[in-house]
Design a protein around this ligand. Structure first.
Ligand code: AMP
Length: 448
């Protein structure tokens, strides 16, 4: 199968070709026909499966093949949980629509509202928005959603986790009832099912893979005492190809401290945590993407939205609370056919329950490893009491106020399932494919 079979508008197909996509991914093959036919679609798929193009291509096709009833007013509204994801989606539209004149803009909090108002006034076809700021615009009458033909709710489960469900319901009330609605979610908890029943009409369900870690990821546990985690991490890094390593800690404070200590040990490292200004956050992210930093230390919340195809290792300095969170974290590595490693430092006794939950979720026991050269009997590093005890302030997703940082959401690895073999094959056979390619940053990042 190739993209010709969808009979896309030639300018849309030209964008696909320019990106070097040869074969549709399974979600594209399954979701694009019903989306093109105007059906509502519920897509159960993770990030990394090519789902953005699965809705972006039919949307671009629609915009080019049907007249605008009110030129310059948004015809498509895409709602996403975080600004990073909103930017990524907008980038994908820009890439896929590079041979078209379709205009896309993003709308999210934490940045000046005036440029957003100016762009909306100048006229756009597609708005990619986070819920809070979008509703601010609605309240201020600076956006007119009365001509929206297609509504996409992306990463619905994350929006729910972040407390956006009431906002979504408000948004549903201000878009026309007679619209096409597409909802994508990696998981389908009851609340999302209810939302689907409210927001979608007779939807086609497309399910790609299960929520499970990419098969290409090798998982290993490293049992180590709490107070030895930092020296252990440094030892582990010595033995690790540090091309690009994403390290997770459970608290902001630990992210900052671990980042500092790694830097002190001579690595090019940055930390990403909620206390950073948007500029510093962006600098850390960009530096990690372009290779300036080999290592990025982040909390779960701060790391949401990071889509770095080339992440070779994820290290859980602190193991996450739940198996789901573990899978989200390691989704950063092992995308498509690449291999990656997921290492977790676990404190025997303290982390046992979580480890068992992860083993159930991954369907196999995790390999326990030891570092032969590490002195497991050394005493605690002096004057660093923070690391002698378990982390105490687990981060909770916060609702996104219009003016503060919304913390973005994780990107998953492609599911294994029946489709992963194909996709890997396609990716390598295509040669030019950027599906999870490890070189460079994420596909659109380099261009902006
Ligand atoms: P997504 O799940 O939308 O985040 O997409 C994951 C990655 O796959 C992105 O880097 C896309 O550019 C890439 N991609 C999407 N569709 C294809 C395709 N048919 N062939 C190759 N790469 C693709």
């Amino acid at each position: 199968m190739n993209f010709d079979s969808f009979a896309l508008h030639p300018s849309v197909l030209a964008g696909v070709n320019a990106l070097g996509y040869v074969t549709p991914t399974p979600i594209q093959a399954e979701a694009m026909p019903p989306v093109l036919a105007g059906r509502d679609v519920m897509g159960l798929a993770q990030t990394g499966t090519g789902k953005t193009a699965a809705f972006a291509l039919p949307i671009l096709h629609r915009l080019l093949t049907t007249p605008a009833p009110a030129p310059g007013k948004p015809r498509v509204l895409i709602v996403a949980p975080t600004r990073e994801l909103a930017e990524q989606i907008s980038d994908s539209f820009a890439d896929l629509g590079q041979k078209t004149r379709v205009r896309t803009t993003t709308v999210y909090g934490g940045v000046n509202v005036n440029p957003q108002i100016a762009r909306l006034r100048a006229g756009v076809e597609i708005v990619v928005a986070c819920p809070g700021r979008l509703l601010d615009h609605v309240g201020q009458n600076t956006i007119d959603l009365s001509h929206v033909e297609v509504l996409v709710l992306d990463e619905a489960d994350q929006m729910f986790d972040m407390g956006f469900l009431p906002d979504i319901r408000r948004i549903l009330r201000v878009v026309p009832a007679n619209r096409q609605t597409l909802l994508f979610s990696a998981t389908m908890p009851d609340d999302i099912r209810r939302l689907v029943a409210e927001a979608l009409t007779n939807p086609v369900t497309v399910q790609i893979g299960r929520v499970e870690p990419a098969m290409t990821v090798a998982h290993a546990l490293f049992p180590v005492a709490q107070h030895l985690k930092t020296p252990f991490l440094l030892e582990l890094l010595k033995h690790t190809d540090t091309e690009s390593v994403l390290i997770f800690t459970r608290t902001k404070h630990r992210a900052r401290r671990v980042g500092e200590q790694i830097e002190k040990a001579g690595y090019r490292a940055a930390s990403l945590q909620g206390n950073l200004s948007q500029n510093r956050r962006q600098a850390a992210l960009d530096g990690f993407k372009d290779g300036t930093f080999q290592i990025l230390v982040a909390t779960d919340i701060a790391a949401r939205g990071i889509d770095v195809s080339g992440v070779s290792h994820v290290i859980n300095y602190d193991i996450p609370d739940t198996a789901d969170a573990y899978i989200h974290r390691i989704g950063r590595t092992g995308r498509a056919a690449n291999t990656g490693d997921a290492f977790s430092l676990v404190v025997p006794g303290e982390d046992d329950l979580t480890v068992r939950a992860i083993e159930r979720a991954t369907g196999k026991p995790l390999e326990r490893r030891r570092l032969p050269d590490f002195d497991y009997n050394q005493s605690a590093p002096s004057r660093d009491t923070e690391f002698a005890r378990p982390p105490r302030e687990p981060q909770r997703p916060r609702r996104q106020p219009a003016s503060a940082s919304p913390y973005p959401h994780s990107r998953y690895a492609p599911p294994s399932h029946q489709s992963s073999g194909n996709r890997g094959g396609n990716a390598s056979a295509g040669g030019a494919s950027r599906f999870g390619g490890r070189s460079g940053s994420r596909d659109t990042g380099g261009q902006r």
